[in-house]
Design a protein around this ligand. Structure first.
Ligand SMILES: Nc1ncnc2c1ncn2[C@@H]1O[C@H](COP(=O)(O)OP(=O)(O)OP(=O)(O)O)[C@@H](O)[C@H]1O
Ligand SMILES: [Mg+2]
Length: 256
């Protein structure tokens, strides 16, 4: 019964999205020449975000749409700045019309990273560390570091979802969430699964170390020697954090 209600609610959500944004979808498809636009991962649509797939000039693409916050330009900037440094999806196009924003990237035919993948191949942990190092050295802090924002693709680790990235470099200007806005403040508290080193402080090394420490070190599938080698990997995150701070902090200005 409860399952049926949930299913029904999801269908209504999709129907309303299509009803409200049909014209935007049509204009986007026309302007960017997207063919075969198809709903994608509709169970995961949330906070005004919707996902589609399609084809642009024969290439399969992933389309992320934002109808509430409008931070997808950040992704375009981050993908552009980082494209020669790490494995990230290629940006194909960007579209904005009133309260409808979309980024089109190449479709990555892969599953997002899981703890089990890391148990099977712990060396991926050092790849994650290298990715975070490269990003941070370029002056970008991802802030939404979590396994779900990495792909295991072509035997390598790819990172994506730079929607809420911030930068320490004056030449990279991202839009920042506004703590004075209730909805945006809520997002600020939840990014990176809340694994920030302090309230309103973000550090990609420490977030990932915490995620791995909680999800991996105590995992029942680990034997003692694997657990020890994983602990050593995790120390690397601590070491990197100490060498380079790469923390971004929002001062509360009297807000809770
Ligand atoms: N280039 C891509 N190709 C194929 N699938 C993708 C691509 N980028 C993202 N996805 C899929 O879409 C999902 C949502 O993407 P993304 O993480 O960018 O959005 P989000 O709204 O920020 O999601 P979340 O809040 O769950 O992190 C991802 O978990 C991934 O499975
Ligand atoms: Mg994500």
């Amino acid at each position: 019964m409860l399952k049926n209600i949930k299913k029904y609610k999801k269908k209504v959500k999709i129907f309303l999205f299509l009803l409200v944004h049909l014209r935007d979808l049509w204009l986007m498809s026309r302007d960017l020449e997207v063919k075969h636009l198809t709903l994608y991962k509709s169970d995961d649509w949330h906070h005004g975000y919707a996902y589609f797939t399609g084809f642009v000039e024969g290439l399969r693409v992933f389309i992320k749409i934002d109808t509430k916050l409008f931070f997808l330009k950040n992704e375009v900037i981050a993908f552009e700045v980082l494209k020669d440094l790490i494995k990230i999806p290629k940006v194909i196009a960007y579209f904005r019309r009133n309260r409808f924003e979309a980024i089109v990237t190449e479709y990555i035919d892969a599953k997002t990273l899981t703890i089990k993948d890391l148990i099977n191949a712990p060396n991926f942990i050092s790849k994650i560390l290298e990715i975070i190092k490269s990003i941070n050295l370029r002056g970008v802090i991802h802030r939404d570091i979590k396994l779900k924002n990495f792909f295991l693709y072509q035997d390598d680790i790819w990172i994506f979802d730079f929607t809420f990235a911030v930068s320490l470099s004056p030449s990279i200007v991202f839009k920042e969430l506004d703590l004075a806005d209730r909805f945006e403040a809520k997002i600020l508290n939840s990014i990176g699964d809340g694994y920030n080193p302090g309230h309103l402080i973000w550090n990609d090394f420490l977030s990932m170390r915490q995620i791995l420490a909680e999800g991996l070190v105590t995992h029942p599938l680990l034997n003692e020697s694997l657990r020890n080698s994983i602990k050593q990997y995790l120390e690397q995150f601590e070491i990197e954090h100490k060498y380079h701070t790469y923390s971004y902090q929002i001062y509360k200005n009297g807000c809770d």
